[in-house]
Ligand binder design. Structure first.
Ligand code: 5AD
Ligand code: SF4
Length: 466
């Protein structure tokens, strides 16, 4: 036998080809943050991450159920992937997140769209589930947990700029807004150990990150070592509320900006506002979803506050932090909403003049309180017409807000290059407004600069370095 024809394996056989996974995120920031936890778990399992669909052995879609349209987007994507899968037998497709939780094995049985279904509290089980799938089975884990916060998992930052990062501080939601599917898909509210939160922020800063956004469905009800009634659980450990956590993170470094989302009007305390005011590096921006400007509708939505209470919270923000930007979420056409009640939403918007808003028409979700109790009786064209009115008013206010910034100078954190031109940097000021300005020698992303705003559109501020 010649040397050439030994039984020695060829190189290709020796090098075990690395398996690859791709993950796509839909919906809220929390989902994007969760995908980074999944990425960490997958890397530990020996998978490398890819952004190329054709290169992936496993594709995960981290999904959203908040509105019907969000689910439809994912379904369309699944159908596309399944067609692709037909030509690529070994490709495995997994649905993660809220749609997985809501539809459970339906996605496997009835629709045969996927191989794996994993709810938001079951990501640690992904390696086992993958083994089952490799063995030719379909795999599901949609168990919700009262404890899981993934506190010890080091998220792998995907699609990040190396400057800003999400840090999840709590999971789930106990609010039971009547329109909302989240309590069903993400389970009971639980807070993450503050030590692990601070450690994650310190590590990020050490890696060069300059901004963290603390994430939770309702950050104001963050509590560590406290019961919901405010009693101390373990007397040997300190208790931490959201204002205190915010301060702990602000103290990591004065060059680390801190943002957070989402606040709830019924729970947002003056203590939080004073903490924000005290630290320059806590960004002066609050997202405070109002949903409706009418007290009766708010009551039906089970929001826990009235129009007056909400306006009083806005007044507190403006008094304690006059430069603070405020954004909101609005739903038009909720069950039984009359024209007069819709006008209340418009008048509240006039009063607050939001800097920014996310606006939706009501989409009935299965199992929610509203679905069980109220009739979805506002016709679609009326919902949409009201939404258009809300959007039109908001774009006026957004433009006005940007026009007020013209002539002013802001500290801006450079996050990267402008999408339109690599001669321009893109960044945000403390108020979360996007600022574009010409790049200059010696500057790079992650730097703080002073920018004087010279002009604006309704979406962007344009400025020059000072
Ligand atoms: N229909 C329309 N919008 C909804 N939202 C939540 N549930 C629904 C629904 N069923 C909106 C709310 C919430 C935001 C994240 O999505 O405004 O604050
Ligand atoms: Fe996020 Fe809610 Fe959508 Fe779930 S349903 S992904 S929690 S927005």
């Amino acid at each position: 036998m010649s040397e050439m024809s030994t039984e020695a394996p060829t190189r290709q056989e020796v090098v075990k080809e690395e398996k690859k996974f791709m993950i796509e995120s839909y919906g809220c920031q929390m989902n994007f943050s969760d995908s980074e936890i999944v990425a960490s778990i997958m890397q530990d399992k020996g998978y490398a991450i890819t952004k190329d669909e054709d290169d992936a052995d496993v594709i995960f879609l981290n999904t959203c159920s908040i509105r019907e349209k969000a689910e439809q987007t994912v379904r369309n994507r699944l159908v596309h992937l399944r067609t692709n899968k037909a030509s690529k037998k070994k490709l495995k497709i997994g649905v993660l997140g809220c749609m997985a939780e809501r539809l459970k094995s339906k996605l496997l049985d009835e629709e045969k769209l996927v191989d794996m279904v994993v709810g938001p509290d079951a990501y640690r089980d992904i390696p086992n589930l993958l083994d089952e799938v490799e063995g030719g089975q379909k795999a599901v884990n949609v168990l919700l947990s009262r404890e899981e916060t993934y506190a010890d998992i080091n998220p792998v930052r995907i699609n990040q700029d190396g400057v800003t990062a999400f840090v999840s501080i709590m999971r789930g939601c106990d609010n039971m807004c009547s329109f909302c599917v989240v309590p069903f898909t993400r389970g009971r509210e639980r807070s993450r150990d503050p030590k692990t939160i601070v450690k994650e922020c310190q590590d990020l800063f050490a890696q060069g990150y300059k901004e963290v956004t603390l994430l939770g469905q309702n950050v104001d009800s963050y509590r560590w070592n406290l019961t919901s009634k405010g009693e101390v659980k373990n007397t040997d450990e300190p208790t931490v509320n959201f204002a205190q956590l915010l301060e702990m993170v602000a103290l990591v470094d004065q060059d680390l900006r801190v943002r957070f989302s989402t606040s709830h009007p019924k729970d947002m305390t003056d203590e939080v506002l004073h903490t924000m005011a005290k630290y320059e590096n806590i960004c002066k921006y609050i997202h405070l979803p109002v949903q409706s400007g009418n007290t009766e509708i708010l009551k039906k939505m089970n929001r826990g506050y009235t129009r007056e209470w909400y306006l009083q919270r806005i007044a507190a923000i403006k008094e304690i932090m006059p430069t603070c930007a405020i954004s909101t979420d609005i739903i038009t056409g909720f069950c039984s909403e009359t024209e007069a009640q819709h006008q209340d939403t418009l008048s509240l918007m006039q009063q607050v003049e939001y800097d920014f808003a996310y606006m939706f028409f009501y989409s009935e979700r299965p199992k929610t309180l509203a679905e069980r109790k109220y009739e979805d009786d506002v016709p679609l064209d009326v919902k949409k017409k009201r939404l258009q009115e809300v959007i039109a008013l908001q774009s006026k206010h957004g433009l006005k807000s940007n026009e007020r910034a013209v002539g002013k100078t802001f500290k801006v954190l450079i996050e990267g290059y402008s999408k339109r031109s690599d001669q321009h940097f893109y960044g945000r000021n403390s108020q979360n407004a996007v600022v574009i300005f010409e790049k200059a020698k010696g500057l790079q992303k992650g730097d703080y600069v002073q920018v004087k705003v010279t002009s604006c559109t309704s979406a962007t501020l344009m400025g020059e370095l000072v």
